[in-house]
Write a protein that binds this ligand. Structure first.
Ligand SMILES: Nc1ncnc2c1ncn2[C@@H]1O[C@H](COP(=O)(O)OP(=O)(O)OP(=O)(O)O)[C@@H](O)[C@H]1O
Ligand SMILES: [Mg+2]
Length: 259
Protein backbone atom coordinates (compact mmCIF):
# COMPACT_ATOMS: atom_id res chain seq x y z
CA UNK A 1 0.00 0.00 0.00
CA UNK A 2 1.16 3.50 -0.81
CA UNK A 3 0.06 6.15 1.66
CA UNK A 4 0.90 9.78 1.01
CA UNK A 5 0.04 12.27 3.73
CA UNK A 6 0.25 16.05 3.68
CA UNK A 7 2.84 16.08 0.90
CA UNK A 8 4.30 19.48 0.04
CA UNK A 9 6.89 20.19 -2.64
CA UNK A 10 8.32 23.62 -3.24
CA UNK A 11 11.04 24.22 -5.81
CA UNK A 12 13.26 27.02 -4.53
CA UNK A 13 11.44 29.82 -2.78
CA UNK A 14 8.34 29.92 -5.01
CA UNK A 15 4.84 28.80 -4.25
CA UNK A 16 4.55 25.05 -3.58
CA UNK A 17 3.74 22.95 -6.64
CA UNK A 18 2.31 20.21 -4.42
CA UNK A 19 0.02 21.55 -1.71
CA UNK A 20 -0.69 19.18 1.15
CA UNK A 21 -1.57 16.14 -0.95
CA UNK A 22 -3.14 13.05 0.57
CA UNK A 23 -3.36 9.91 -1.54
CA UNK A 24 -3.67 6.23 -0.68
CA UNK A 25 -3.35 3.47 -3.28
CA UNK A 26 -3.96 -0.13 -2.34
CA UNK A 27 -3.47 -3.51 -3.93
CA UNK A 28 -3.58 -3.93 -7.67
CA UNK A 29 -5.44 -0.71 -8.37
CA UNK A 30 -4.56 1.15 -11.53
CA UNK A 31 -4.82 4.87 -10.86
CA UNK A 32 -4.54 7.57 -13.47
CA UNK A 33 -3.45 11.07 -12.54
CA UNK A 34 -4.83 13.73 -14.84
CA UNK A 35 -4.60 17.52 -14.88
CA UNK A 36 -3.32 20.44 -16.93
CA UNK A 37 0.32 20.89 -17.74
CA UNK A 38 2.07 22.17 -14.64
CA UNK A 39 -0.51 20.74 -12.23
CA UNK A 40 2.24 18.76 -10.51
CA UNK A 41 1.70 15.23 -11.84
CA UNK A 42 5.34 14.51 -12.61
CA UNK A 43 6.47 16.16 -9.40
CA UNK A 44 4.17 13.83 -7.48
CA UNK A 45 5.65 10.70 -9.10
CA UNK A 46 9.19 12.02 -8.67
CA UNK A 47 8.59 12.66 -4.98
CA UNK A 48 7.54 9.02 -4.59
CA UNK A 49 10.73 7.64 -6.13
CA UNK A 50 12.74 10.54 -4.67
CA UNK A 51 14.01 11.89 -7.98
CA UNK A 52 12.97 15.13 -6.26
CA UNK A 53 13.08 15.77 -2.53
CA UNK A 54 9.69 16.38 -0.93
CA UNK A 55 9.64 19.58 1.12
CA UNK A 56 7.47 18.03 3.84
CA UNK A 57 4.92 15.31 4.42
CA UNK A 58 5.02 11.56 4.49
CA UNK A 59 5.19 8.85 1.80
CA UNK A 60 4.87 5.33 3.17
CA UNK A 61 5.23 2.29 0.89
CA UNK A 62 4.19 -0.97 2.53
CA UNK A 63 5.01 0.33 5.97
CA UNK A 64 8.33 2.02 5.13
CA UNK A 65 8.64 5.81 5.24
CA UNK A 66 10.40 6.88 2.04
CA UNK A 67 10.92 10.57 2.68
CA UNK A 68 13.66 10.34 5.28
CA UNK A 69 15.90 7.80 3.55
CA UNK A 70 19.48 8.55 2.58
CA UNK A 71 22.35 6.76 0.84
CA UNK A 72 22.18 2.98 0.80
CA UNK A 73 18.71 2.87 2.36
CA UNK A 74 17.40 5.16 -0.36
CA UNK A 75 18.93 2.97 -3.09
CA UNK A 76 17.36 -0.10 -1.51
CA UNK A 77 13.96 1.60 -1.36
CA UNK A 78 14.20 2.86 -4.95
CA UNK A 79 14.49 -0.62 -6.34
CA UNK A 80 11.07 -1.36 -4.86
CA UNK A 81 9.61 1.35 -7.10
CA UNK A 82 9.39 0.64 -10.82
CA UNK A 83 9.35 3.63 -13.16
CA UNK A 84 8.19 3.80 -16.76
CA UNK A 85 8.94 6.92 -18.82
CA UNK A 86 7.37 8.73 -21.75
CA UNK A 87 10.64 8.66 -23.68
CA UNK A 88 11.36 5.05 -22.60
CA UNK A 89 14.87 5.96 -21.31
CA UNK A 90 16.55 2.96 -22.92
CA UNK A 91 20.25 2.79 -23.69
CA UNK A 92 20.04 2.74 -27.50
CA UNK A 93 23.31 0.99 -28.27
CA UNK A 94 22.63 -1.85 -25.82
CA UNK A 95 20.53 -4.89 -26.64
CA UNK A 96 16.99 -5.41 -25.41
CA UNK A 97 18.29 -8.05 -22.98
CA UNK A 98 20.95 -5.68 -21.60
CA UNK A 99 18.39 -2.95 -21.14
CA UNK A 100 16.04 -5.34 -19.39
CA UNK A 101 18.78 -6.64 -17.12
CA UNK A 102 19.68 -3.11 -16.06
CA UNK A 103 16.52 -3.37 -13.96
CA UNK A 104 18.49 -5.79 -11.77
CA UNK A 105 21.41 -3.44 -11.16
CA UNK A 106 20.06 -2.36 -7.79
CA UNK A 107 20.32 -5.98 -6.66
CA UNK A 108 23.74 -6.97 -7.97
CA UNK A 109 27.21 -6.54 -6.54
CA UNK A 110 29.34 -3.99 -8.38
CA UNK A 111 31.47 -6.81 -9.81
CA UNK A 112 28.49 -8.75 -11.11
CA UNK A 113 27.05 -5.57 -12.61
CA UNK A 114 30.18 -4.34 -14.43
CA UNK A 115 30.96 -7.79 -15.74
CA UNK A 116 27.31 -8.38 -16.63
CA UNK A 117 27.31 -11.71 -14.82
CA UNK A 118 23.65 -12.04 -14.14
CA UNK A 119 22.31 -14.87 -12.02
CA UNK A 120 20.52 -17.63 -13.98
CA UNK A 121 17.30 -16.90 -12.16
CA UNK A 122 17.39 -13.26 -13.35
CA UNK A 123 17.90 -14.36 -16.94
CA UNK A 124 15.04 -16.84 -16.68
CA UNK A 125 12.77 -14.14 -15.26
CA UNK A 126 13.81 -11.70 -18.00
CA UNK A 127 12.80 -14.17 -20.72
CA UNK A 128 9.56 -14.95 -18.96
CA UNK A 129 8.63 -11.27 -18.84
CA UNK A 130 9.84 -10.57 -22.39
CA UNK A 131 7.69 -13.49 -23.57
CA UNK A 132 4.77 -12.10 -21.61
CA UNK A 133 4.92 -8.71 -23.33
CA UNK A 134 5.89 -10.10 -26.75
CA UNK A 135 9.50 -8.96 -27.17
CA UNK A 136 11.48 -12.14 -26.41
CA UNK A 137 12.42 -12.58 -30.08
CA UNK A 138 14.14 -9.19 -29.94
CA UNK A 139 16.32 -10.08 -26.94
CA UNK A 140 19.59 -9.70 -28.87
CA UNK A 141 18.53 -6.75 -31.02
CA UNK A 142 19.80 -3.27 -30.30
CA UNK A 143 17.19 -1.17 -28.55
CA UNK A 144 17.33 1.62 -31.14
CA UNK A 145 16.06 -0.73 -33.85
CA UNK A 146 12.69 -1.19 -32.16
CA UNK A 147 9.41 0.64 -32.70
CA UNK A 148 8.04 2.92 -29.98
CA UNK A 149 5.59 0.34 -28.70
CA UNK A 150 8.31 -2.30 -28.53
CA UNK A 151 10.65 0.11 -26.78
CA UNK A 152 8.03 0.86 -24.17
CA UNK A 153 7.56 -2.88 -23.62
CA UNK A 154 11.29 -3.05 -22.91
CA UNK A 155 10.84 -0.17 -20.47
CA UNK A 156 8.01 -2.00 -18.72
CA UNK A 157 9.97 -5.26 -18.46
CA UNK A 158 13.03 -3.39 -17.12
CA UNK A 159 10.84 -1.84 -14.40
CA UNK A 160 9.32 -5.24 -13.55
CA UNK A 161 12.77 -6.84 -13.29
CA UNK A 162 13.19 -4.71 -10.17
CA UNK A 163 10.43 -6.80 -8.58
CA UNK A 164 8.80 -3.51 -7.64
CA UNK A 165 6.10 -3.07 -5.05
CA UNK A 166 4.55 -0.29 -7.10
CA UNK A 167 4.81 0.82 -10.72
CA UNK A 168 4.90 4.53 -11.60
CA UNK A 169 4.41 5.60 -15.20
CA UNK A 170 4.84 9.20 -16.33
CA UNK A 171 2.88 9.62 -19.57
CA UNK A 172 3.92 6.16 -20.77
CA UNK A 173 1.92 6.40 -23.98
CA UNK A 174 2.39 10.05 -24.91
CA UNK A 175 5.00 9.22 -27.57
CA UNK A 176 2.99 6.41 -29.14
CA UNK A 177 0.36 6.23 -31.86
CA UNK A 178 -3.24 5.75 -30.67
CA UNK A 179 -3.45 2.00 -31.25
CA UNK A 180 -0.07 1.24 -29.68
CA UNK A 181 -0.97 3.55 -26.84
CA UNK A 182 -4.08 1.51 -26.08
CA UNK A 183 -2.08 -1.72 -26.20
CA UNK A 184 0.40 -0.38 -23.65
CA UNK A 185 -2.43 0.81 -21.38
CA UNK A 186 -4.05 -2.62 -21.61
CA UNK A 187 -0.71 -4.24 -20.84
CA UNK A 188 -0.15 -2.08 -17.75
CA UNK A 189 -3.64 -2.88 -16.60
CA UNK A 190 -3.21 -6.64 -17.12
CA UNK A 191 0.19 -6.70 -15.45
CA UNK A 192 -1.18 -4.88 -12.41
CA UNK A 193 -3.67 -7.72 -11.97
CA UNK A 194 -1.24 -10.53 -12.73
CA UNK A 195 1.52 -9.23 -10.47
CA UNK A 196 -0.79 -7.73 -7.84
CA UNK A 197 0.89 -4.38 -8.27
CA UNK A 198 -0.55 -0.93 -7.70
CA UNK A 199 0.12 1.26 -10.75
CA UNK A 200 0.08 5.05 -10.88
CA UNK A 201 -0.09 6.54 -14.38
CA UNK A 202 0.22 10.22 -15.31
CA UNK A 203 -1.79 10.67 -18.47
CA UNK A 204 -3.26 13.43 -20.63
CA UNK A 205 -5.59 11.16 -22.61
CA UNK A 206 -8.74 11.19 -20.48
CA UNK A 207 -10.54 8.68 -22.71
CA UNK A 208 -7.78 6.15 -22.07
CA UNK A 209 -7.68 7.03 -18.39
CA UNK A 210 -11.38 6.22 -18.17
CA UNK A 211 -11.13 3.04 -20.18
CA UNK A 212 -8.04 1.45 -18.70
CA UNK A 213 -7.81 2.59 -15.10
CA UNK A 214 -9.85 1.88 -11.97
CA UNK A 215 -9.61 5.26 -10.39
CA UNK A 216 -8.94 8.79 -11.55
CA UNK A 217 -7.13 11.42 -9.53
CA UNK A 218 -7.58 14.93 -10.89
CA UNK A 219 -4.95 17.49 -10.00
CA UNK A 220 -5.14 21.22 -10.35
CA UNK A 221 -2.31 23.55 -9.38
CA UNK A 222 -0.80 21.21 -6.85
CA UNK A 223 -4.00 19.97 -5.27
CA UNK A 224 -6.05 16.83 -5.74
CA UNK A 225 -9.54 18.11 -6.52
CA UNK A 226 -11.03 14.88 -7.84
CA UNK A 227 -10.51 11.30 -6.69
CA UNK A 228 -13.10 8.79 -7.78
CA UNK A 229 -14.10 6.04 -10.19
CA UNK A 230 -13.94 6.88 -13.91
CA UNK A 231 -17.74 6.85 -14.12
CA UNK A 232 -17.87 9.76 -11.66
CA UNK A 233 -15.76 11.99 -13.91
CA UNK A 234 -18.55 14.22 -15.13
CA UNK A 235 -18.32 17.22 -17.45
CA UNK A 236 -18.36 19.45 -14.37
CA UNK A 237 -15.49 17.56 -12.81
CA UNK A 238 -13.51 17.85 -16.05
CA UNK A 239 -14.23 21.57 -16.14
CA UNK A 240 -12.99 21.96 -12.57
CA UNK A 241 -9.81 20.02 -13.29
CA UNK A 242 -8.90 21.68 -16.58
CA UNK A 243 -10.13 25.24 -16.23
CA UNK A 244 -9.30 28.12 -13.97
CA UNK A 245 -6.10 29.83 -13.01
CA UNK A 246 -3.72 29.53 -10.08
CA UNK A 247 -5.24 32.71 -8.68
CA UNK A 248 -8.75 31.26 -8.78
CA UNK A 249 -7.42 28.16 -7.11
CA UNK A 250 -5.79 30.15 -4.33
CA UNK A 251 -9.12 31.86 -3.77
CA UNK A 252 -10.46 28.49 -2.70
CA UNK A 253 -12.21 27.09 -5.75
CA UNK A 254 -11.98 23.32 -5.85
CA UNK A 255 -14.33 20.48 -6.49
CA UNK A 256 -13.33 18.37 -3.53
CA UNK A 257 -13.67 21.17 -1.03
CA UNK A 258 -16.92 22.31 -2.58
CA UNK A 259 -18.63 18.91 -2.51
N1 LIG B 1 13.06 21.06 -11.31
C1 LIG B 1 12.17 22.05 -11.21
N2 LIG B 1 12.53 23.26 -10.77
C2 LIG B 1 11.63 24.26 -10.66
N3 LIG B 1 10.33 24.14 -10.98
C3 LIG B 1 9.91 22.96 -11.44
C4 LIG B 1 10.80 21.85 -11.59
N4 LIG B 1 10.09 20.79 -12.05
C5 LIG B 1 8.83 21.23 -12.20
N5 LIG B 1 8.70 22.52 -11.83
C6 LIG B 1 7.47 23.31 -11.83
O1 LIG B 1 6.52 22.62 -11.03
C7 LIG B 1 5.23 22.73 -11.60
C8 LIG B 1 4.66 21.35 -11.79
O2 LIG B 1 5.41 20.69 -12.80
P1 LIG B 1 5.18 19.18 -13.19
O3 LIG B 1 6.22 18.83 -14.19
O4 LIG B 1 5.09 18.36 -11.98
O5 LIG B 1 3.75 19.26 -13.88
P2 LIG B 1 2.96 18.18 -14.74
O6 LIG B 1 1.59 18.14 -14.18
O7 LIG B 1 3.73 16.93 -14.79
O8 LIG B 1 2.91 18.86 -16.18
P3 LIG B 1 2.93 18.17 -17.64
O9 LIG B 1 1.54 17.70 -17.89
O10 LIG B 1 3.31 19.30 -18.56
O11 LIG B 1 3.94 17.08 -17.63
C9 LIG B 1 5.38 23.53 -12.88
O12 LIG B 1 5.04 24.86 -12.62
C10 LIG B 1 6.85 23.40 -13.21
O13 LIG B 1 7.32 24.54 -13.89
MG1 LIG C 1 4.60 15.84 -16.29
Amino acid sequence: MLKITDLVKRYGSGEPVLKNLDLTVEGETVVSVIGSSGAGKSTLLRCINRLVEPTSGSIVLNGAELTKLRGRELRMARRRIGMVFQSFNLVDRLTVMENVMSGRLGYLSTWAAVSRRYPKEDIRRAFELMERVGIAHYADNRADGLSGGERQRVGVVRALMQQPEILLADEPTASLDPKTSEQIMQLLRDLAGELKLPVLINIHNVTEAKQYTDRIVGMRYGRIIFDDAPAALTEDAMEAIYSGSPAADRAGAGLKEAS
